[in-house]
Design a protein around this ligand. Sequence first.
Ligand code: F6P
Length: 321
Amino acid sequence: FKTIGILTCGGDAPGMNAAIRALVRTALNQQMKVYGIERGFTGLMNADMRRLSSPSVSNIIQRGGTILKSNRCEAFKTAEGRRQATAVLRESGIQALICIGGDGTLTGAHLLALESGIPVIGLPCTIDNDIYGSDDSIGFDTAVNTALGAIDRIRDTALSHERLFLVEVMGRNSGLIATQVGIACGAEMILIPEYPIVLESISNTLASNRKAGRGSSGIIILAEGTEPGLTARLAEQLQQHGEEPRICILGHIQRGGSPTGHDRVLASCMGATAISYLLAGYTDVMVGTLGRELIPAPLGDIIGQRKHDPRLYEMVMMLHK
Ligand code: F6P
């Protein structure tokens, strides 16, 4: 390959910049030209791109967000949008594309690879870590640690006032952030979309925990995608049982900030590996992790699949008691 393109798409995640840096430096070492495509698939369709040099990716490994910008692109979901993008790639002489992002980005990458015949490699990069076929994704570790930093502070005030806090963390369809955060902050309870919730049983569990001598303060972690309006309904129900709950929605602070060491190393290794996959002739795959190993995971096998870790959740249920 003489010329490749790189883009970041969908919700940003800490470590995107570290991945861009590794991709650029590894590709330049292989005498490739690298184009950074701005604003994800939207920029690709509009030929919005610039050459990336080695100095252009200096001092970005520690920065959150993405220097290439990102957005969610509806037009790329259509075959016409992808035809337009294919024409741009051909006209610009871009012979292969690396797409960094989550579920929607990897779905777009898969369809583009199939329809255009141009080699495409994906990097799983989403704070939600909900990509089937990879144990880990760039940004997840940082998001978990950002949430934990906030919750440790909330715990101080919860203890002082002997109050319950309902803390909502991100995770559109997945409880993986909530589960990790809940375990690591010692939450009284973790509520996630993967398991049905019976509101009454929550106050019963809390009441029996109190009887068993657990204090009246506490943290309940809820994944954003559990049930629409669940956090407010649960607060209301707890109030009826004599609690004085407070709600805290952590929101987009989980998407920003400097990536952790783990995410910087993961992004660097995945970026370098993506270039080696291209050179080895792979296309339509993502760089996935299986335990500590990096593996090529066919995009066609992972799209539309749900990732879940029931063993982890069984342990969580035991910790509630
Ligand atoms: O996919 C990452 C994520 O942060 C989800 O956890 C969340 O539901 C969604 O993106 C929010 O997207 P937006 O920033 O477009 O509102």
